[in-house]
Design a protein around this ligand. Structure first.
Ligand SMILES: [Zn+2]
Length: 508
């Protein structure tokens, strides 16, 4: 009897949860159910177990790119309209970032910013594609807002097998591509001799990049079909995501094939990846009484925190970690109050504060925190586009205009150079900060001082000028500072002394 009751209770709960789900879905747009259906198919059929297994199942193992574990970021999935109907587009992230060198361009582009998962339904059921879009140098150099895509698109299945590919030139000509081959493999010469109707001058060089330099990994050679319309049909060599047989060369551009057209892949503009920051104090901060006191007064509500960090906080993908380090030095080996460290391709930015210099007045230490927050603000933007080498393509995006201007001015652009020296990064960022962010830094320091000693607000002698004087710390090797007159530089020193005389040195 008890068992029956329990069974009824379970059934009642199930019914309740079902109807609740139905209520939630019904009023919403169909888009959400398309995304959830795609996700269900992806999880149950495409991954067939774990992503790692699917990744190695029938991957083209001589291609390094296919052996990197990829993840579909379903929380950022969206629906897109293709010529064949609605489809689901999902950003991809990779366990290790590779960078594509764009031919005749200094740019290296992060694979995650070029790639997405595309899922759509046709008469054969769900189709799953991994799309890589590789713009060419002309596309990257073109600063027009509504430019057409030029470059290459490679479409592969989840396991990395080639399905189809296109190259787009500036005249609206679209050529079909063959599967990429790793340069140096024995088949390459055969391609050149036995398939004279293909041209094989397309190559992608792949790099792995650390903080300051990139290392060449390998080259993929991609040939395009030049033998007219009919020839390029059946070269897929891939299988569909359900593990079924070969496709029959029906990947035409026509809409009646049930597959996307070449225009479907070239229409959408490249977008910088959406990035967000979560702010984490390391235990070295939280266990240190001085650092934790100062850090605690620099949180939400502080102008610098709100401007430099909070904007990116929700649904955090990127993180800023604050950490103490003894005897911290800068890239030259000189003692540093703080440094901001990040790796292109990583999602984490680390701010190191020199614990050997916490005995300075607390408003000065707070100034170091705020100064590094401004670096983190810039670093996060740079990481989001795969490094300063990619700034040019975002130059017209107002979020990147200043960075583009200052990196153009303070960095020696050398071909094939993607990440710049610490010195170049430092001068580009410090000059930008001195010209554009010094008031925000000063307000952040003021908010700290007013939180620590509220009575300072009553002193009419203290204005933003005194806080600006503190904000110049760390920004003296800039054009903005050296162009100040000797009198103005002396005034900055005097203003610091005035502030010192009106506030306490300790964080209380
Ligand atoms: Zn700095």
């Amino acid at each position: 009897m008890k068992q029956t009751n329990l069974l009824w209770l379970c059934l009642a709960l199930l019914l309740f949860s079902c109807s609740k789900d139905a209520e939630n879905i019904a009023p919403a747009a169909q888009d959400n159910s398309l995304i959830s259906n795609a996700m269900e198919h992806f999880n149950t059929s495409v991954l067939t177990g774990t992503a790692v297994e699917a990744q190695t199942q029938s991957a083209n193992s001589n291609n390094y790119r296919h052996n990197i574990i990829k993840n579909a970021e379903w929380s950022n999935a969206k629906t897109v309209q293709l010529s064949i109907g609605e489809a689901v587009q999902v950003p991809l992230s990779f366990s290790k970032e590779l960078y594509a060198q764009v031919k005749n361009s200094p740019n290296k582009l992060a694979l995650s910013s070029l790639s997405y998962l595309l899922m759509y339904r046709n008469t054969r059921g769900w189709q799953t594609e991994v799309v890589h879009r590789l713009p060419d140098a002309a596309y990257l150099a073109n600063t027009a807002i509504n430019k057409s895509f030029t470059g290459m698109v490679l479409v592969e299945n989840w396991q990395g097998n080639f399905i189809r590919g296109y190259s787009y030139d500036g005249n609206g000509t679209v050529k079909k591509l063959l599967a990429p081959r790793v340069k140096g493999s024995s088949s390459e010469t055969q391609v050149m001799y036995e398939m004279p109707s293909y041209e094989c001058n397309k190559e992608i060089d792949w790099y792995t990049c650390s903080s300051w330099e990139c290392h060449y990994s390998y080259t993929e050679t991609i040939c395009s079909w030049t033998g007219g319309e009919s020839g390029g049909g059946d070269y897929s060599g891939g299988s569909n995501d359900d593990g079924g047989g070969h496709h029959d060369g029906d990947y035409g551009d026509g809409n009646d094939s049930g597959y996307p057209s070449s225009d479907d892949y070239s229409d959408a503009p490249l977008e910088p990846r959406k990035v967000e920051v979560a702010v984490i104090p390391h235990t070295t901060i939280t266990y240190n009484p001085i650092a934790s006191c100062i850090y605690g007064k620099l949180g939400p509500g502080n102008h610098a925190y709100d401007k430099f960090l909070v904007e990116f906080q929700e649904d955090s993908e990127y993180t800023v970690i604050f950490k103490l380090q003894d005897n911290l030095t800068d890239y030259r080996g000189y003692p540093a109050n703080g440094t901001t460290n990040y790796t292109i391709g990583s999602t984490s930015i680390t701010i190191l504060i020199n614990s050997s210099r916490l005995d300075r007045p607390s408003w000065e230490v707070a100034g170091t925190f705020v100064h590094e927050m401004a670096h983190a603000y810039l670093a996060q933007k740079l990481v989001s586009i795969g490094g300063p080498g990619n700034l040019k393509q975002y130059a017209e995006n107002t979020n990147f205009t200043d960075l583009f201007d200052y990196y153009s001015k303070y960095v020696k652009i050398i071909d094939n150079k993607h990440v710049y020296s610490p010195e170049e990064n430092s001068s580009a960022q410090h000059n930008l900060m001195a010209d554009k962010l010094i008031t925000d830094i000063a307000i952040g320091i003021r908010d700290y001082v007013e939180a620590n000693t509220p009575e300072i607000k009553n002193h009419s002698e203290i204005t933003l000028e005194q806080y600006k004087a503190v904000a110049w710390n760390g920004l003296r090797e800039t054009g903005a500072y050296t162009s100040l007159s000797t009198e103005e530089q002396t005034e900055i020193g005097i203003n610091t002394t005035i502030l010192q005389s009106f506030t306490v040195d300790r964080c209380i």
